[in-house]
Design a binder for this molecule. Structure first.
Ligand code: IMP
Length: 426
């Protein structure tokens, strides 16, 4: 299989876990390259068994596949250990398959506290984060005060860096947030215990992955979140703090861009987002309720209800440019089965003109009104479809129109959560 990057082309939760799971059979190494346990990738096996993965690449469910957590990921050791234990308990041989880059930054309790305090402080202007400490951890990384996995493995370095951070964060807790301080000793001892558990997974990710490339192995990069949550390209500031786009696969793993052969963008047949921020095609309440219930649109990480809306071709078209997407996987087509009509947003009406590109400021985003094309629904159950020819003609026409608007081939369609409820389009 060509070295492949899979990214979300909307606001996350596009069903990337399922697509990775489908592709993982033909890959040798599966790599997470950004984000942390803010992600929730759900995979349902043929047996009906459901796994929700937050940090460990979804490829772990395929025996013998090497899974690497890259340097671009922020790792909460507590969450990682909980996930390893849960997988091991369900007989997944994690220890034989998992490696973690020693350059990955670690999340500490003060990051989680800061995440929540900051959100509470800004009140109505909050981002609606997952509260997992992701933003504050990346803030430390960029400020060059973060603590990496390799630092944890060297006790003297770890003590010194942790002491500095505890002092700095306590200043913020006291002066800015009027919140209780954290204690060095408690965190130090807790992280030494974590070190004993996770040291075995530490690796030089760059070396491991480049050796795999030299050996002719194929790499599959598992994006988390989505293009419109990307720190550079998303609906800033209503974004996550990492590079959720295809470029992040290189910086977040330590391989060169010339090794990437293919980029697959995953989209839902409609759109969802969790947390605050603009969403031009958001449904009115009754339709929102119906699609949310049918699509089980509740966050895999926080359980929060997802906001739902029509497919937005303006958003996805720009995501195709940002990521260099070669082909599209469309998920959850079946969720639209009961809709008498289906709409596709083809432009935004803003200040008296129709734009076919997204605007540059949040203020403009919130004033955008979607311009829709309306298509007949199919009012037929598609969940048992095993090929494009099984889809009712209006569903085929809908997909054809989406591909036409995106000027990109649709290669995979998924019509349910199980492994066999997906097929290739050609
Ligand atoms: P953070 O990543 O926890 O800082 O949250 C920032 C924004 O990204 C919030 O709107 C979250 O709801 C959103 N977000 C983070 N991770 C995911 C995800 O995996 N799926 C969907 N939204 C996410």
């Amino acid at each position: 299989m060509p070295n492949t990057v899979v990214v979300g082309a909307q606001w996350g939760d596009e069903g990337k876990g399922k697509i990775i799971d489908l592709l993982a059979d033909a890959a040798d190494v599966i790599i997470r390259f950004q984000g942390g346990n803010n992600a929730g990738h759900t995979v349902v096996l043929d047996t009906g068994e459901e796994f929700v993965l937050h940090l460990v690449p979804s490829g772990i469910l395929h025996r013998g596949k090497l899974c690497v957590i890259g340097n671009g990921v922020v790792v909460d050791p507590e969450a990682l250990i909980a996930e390893i234990d849960a997988l091991t308990h369900r007989k997944v041989p994690v220890d034989e398959q998992l490696l973690v880059s020693d350059q990955a930054h670690l999340i500490f309790p003060y990051h989680k506290m800061l995440d929540k305090l900051k959100e509470a402080r800004v009140g109505p202007g909050k981002i609606g984060t997952t509260g997992r400490g992701i933003g504050p951890c990346y803030t430390d990384k960029v400020a060059r005060t973060g603590i990496r996995f390799a630092d944890l493995l060297d006790d003297a370095v770890f003590r010194q860096k942790l002491r500095y951070n505890v002092e700095e964060k306590n200043e913020a807790f006291t002066r800015l947030y009027r919140a209780p301080q954290v204690r060095f000793d408690g965190i130090y001892q807790q992280y030494v215990r974590y070190r004993d558990r996770i040291a075995r997974y530490a690796c030089n990710g760059t070396v491991v992955l480049n050796r795999a490339l030299a050996d002719g192995k194929s790499l599959l990069f598992e994006g988390a979140q989505g293009t419109w949550l990307d720190i550079d390209h998303g609906t800033y500031p209503y974004v996550t703090s990492s590079s959720a786009t295809a470029g992040g696969a290189c910086t977040g793993s330590g391989i060169g861009p010339r090794h990437i052969d293919r980029v697959i963008g995953v989209v839902k047949a409609y759109t969802t987002r969790v947390g605050e921020g603009p969403f031009p095609t958001e449904f009115p309440p009754a339709l929102m309720e119906r699609i949310r219930t049918k699509g089980k649109e509740f966050g895999a990480t926080t359980g929060r209800p997802r906001r739902c809306g029509w497919f937005d071709a303006v958003l996805v078209r720009q995501a195709i440019l940002i990521n260099g997407i070669d082909e599209i996987a469309v998920t959850k087509l079946d969720v639209l089965d009961d809709s008498p009509t289906v709409k596709i947003c083809v432009g935004y009406r803003l200040d008296g003109r129709v734009a076919t590109e997204p605007p540059g400021t949040i203020d403009a985003w919130t004033r955008c009104e979607p311009v829709y094309e309306e298509h007949p629904g199919w009012l037929t159950d598609t969940a048992a479809s095993t090929g494009p020819e099984d889809l009712p003609p209006p569903a085929q026409a809908y997909l054809r129109r989406v591909a036409e608007l995106l000027r990109t081939r649709i290669s995979i369609v998924s019509v349910g959560s199980k492994r066999d409820q997906a097929f290739r389009m050609c």
